[in-house]
Design a protein around this ligand. Structure first.
Ligand SMILES: [Zn+2]
Length: 463
């Protein structure tokens, strides 16, 4: 069969028109410069999904200089003509996309990257960023006025980045909603130990340095990554239930520490595995460093980092975060009570488990010690605002909310809800509405009034 000349032209015209339509609907466009978090509008990036980071970091404690290459494998979520990564202050010398040099410009904390050709929706691509400089710790009201991020210590560096400091040491899509797996290779002078997330793959000498390779094989939020370097005494083994454990303690703290970090970490990892569901990561542990300027500890994935604060109660808090925060991560920072309220409630559960005090009594003590006109009651827990996202109410009133929930729905439903939550959103992200929905589903009760009162309303609730 042969088409007539006019039919052929008609068919060509139709084909051309449909091609134009397809092209118009999928013309490559730039990804957004943020994921739309109201607290940090330009953190994270639109148009792609980060899947795997390979971080190569060379650090010299004498000069405080970091030289790095970050290779990110990402999947395009749209036809991309350009996209952003987040990086604060450090200099970028070269960027390659799929192995070919790409143009880039800097705009504040954004790197705007234009590959040679568009990146197709649904396809993986790699972006390799060569960068360096002297990282600066962040400071400000968010983390109680403490320094955080990349913090120099007497013998190296202590790296704890919640909420927005990962991009001070590696280019990334720096938001917890864009989790990825990691290979982290740290080059540091011989004699120092480099501690990071997941499992230790190898250490090898290279000239005057040691290259230490860690692999986090489970999805991780950027702020939970670390490359802590210094003199450490390392103890490894397994918890009684069999989870590998790696505990690094700065030797200058060996005798000043009243709590046995290794023993408590092992015990709490196993206990929380019974209460919250299977331990989500390949290894548990701790990093205990001499960093008094950091007025906090952080639930670094698989190895919480402890500085000035390292009591038994803090350890059980940070380990509870491995489920609440690390495995199940916030979708937006305003939901931070899903991390801190739960980890604080875990401290109450630990005291109950140890026969020290019931969670009910912890609730009553916290409730009674704060008069109705206390500023404490003026934080809206489910949206505490950026500069007060770590306000004590997020922790304490968050935990009170969970005790109120437990007393409403009963222990059976409550202790079914916790592991159901960690299972449903394992390695993912979640929000407050999803927690309320699951609590209602498991209890079979309408719970809007309880959550409205405790999470979304300011003022001291009546009992
Ligand atoms: Zn916490």
């Amino acid at each position: 069969m042969a088409l007539s000349r006019s039919a052929r032209l008609g068919a060509l015209a139709t084909a051309a028109a449909s091609f134009l339509l397809v092209a118009a609907s999928s013309a490559p466009t730039p990804g957004a410069d943020g994921i739309g978090d109201t607290y940090f509008p330009r953190l994270g990036n639109g148009g792609f999904d980060a899947r795997h980071y390979t971080l190569d970091v060379v650090y010299n404690p004498d000069t405080d200089r970091l030289d790095g290459v970050t290779t990110l494998t990402a999947r395009a979520g749209q036809n991309l003509s350009a996209f952003d990564l987040d990086l604060q202050k450090l200099d970028v010398t070269r960027i390659e996309v799929n192995g070919r040099a790409a143009r880039f410009t800097r705009d504040g904390d954004e790197i705007h990257i234009t590959p040679r050709g568009p990146l197709a929706r649904g396809k993986d691509f790699t972006v390799a960023v060569t960068y360096g400089g002297v990282p600066e710790a962040l400071n400000g009201p968010i983390v109680f006025g403490s320094d955080y991020g990349w913090m120099k210590t007497p013998d190296g560096v202590f790296v704890a980045c919640e909420p927005n400091a990962a991009s001070t040491w590696f280019p990334s899509s720096d938001h917890p909603s864009d989790k990825a797996t990691y290979d982290i290779r740290i080059t540091a002078p011989k004699g120092l130990t480099a501690v990071s997330n997941g499992r230790l793959i190898s250490t090898r000498d290279k000239g005057a340095n040691t290259v230490t390779h860690w692999r986090e094989g489970r999805p991780m939020a950027t702020y939970l990554a670390t490359a802590t370097i210094g003199k450490f005494d390392v103890r490894t083994g397994r918890t009684p239930a069999g989870t590998p454990i790696y505990v690094a303690v700065d030797p200058v703290l060996a005798n000043s520490n009243s709590v046995d970090v290794y023993a408590v970490t092992a015990e709490a990892t196993d206990y929380w595995s019974q209460v919250f569901g299977p331990y989500p990561f390949e290894e548990t542990g701790a990093i205990v460093d001499d960093m008094p300027q950091a007025g906090f500890s952080l639930e670094v994935q698989s190895k919480p980092a402890y500085s000035a604060v390292r009591s038994e109660s803090t350890i059980v808090h940070e380990l509870a975060h491995q489920w609440f925060g690390d495995s199940v991560s916030v979708e937006r920072w305003k939901d931070i009570w899903l991390n801190e309220g739960f980890a604080t409630y875990a401290q109450w559960l630990w005291a109950e488990h140890k026969g020290v005090r019931s969670a009910h009594d912890s609730f009553v003590a916290g409730y009674n010690q704060r008069p109705a006109d206390s500023a404490f009651w003026q934080t809206k827990v489910a949206d505490p605002q950026r500069d007060t996202m770590f306000a004590s109410a997020v922790y304490q009133r968050g935990a009170m909310t969970l005790q109120m929930l437990r007393e409403r729905i009963g222990d059976t439903a409550f202790f079914k809800l916790l592991p159901a939550w960690t299972k449903l959103h394992r390695y993912g992200n979640a929000n407050t509405a999803q927690f309320i929905a699951l609590a209602e589903k498991i209890s079979g009760q309408q719970l809007d009034d309880l959550f409205q009162t405790w999470l979304f309303t300011t003022g001291k609730p009546a009992l």
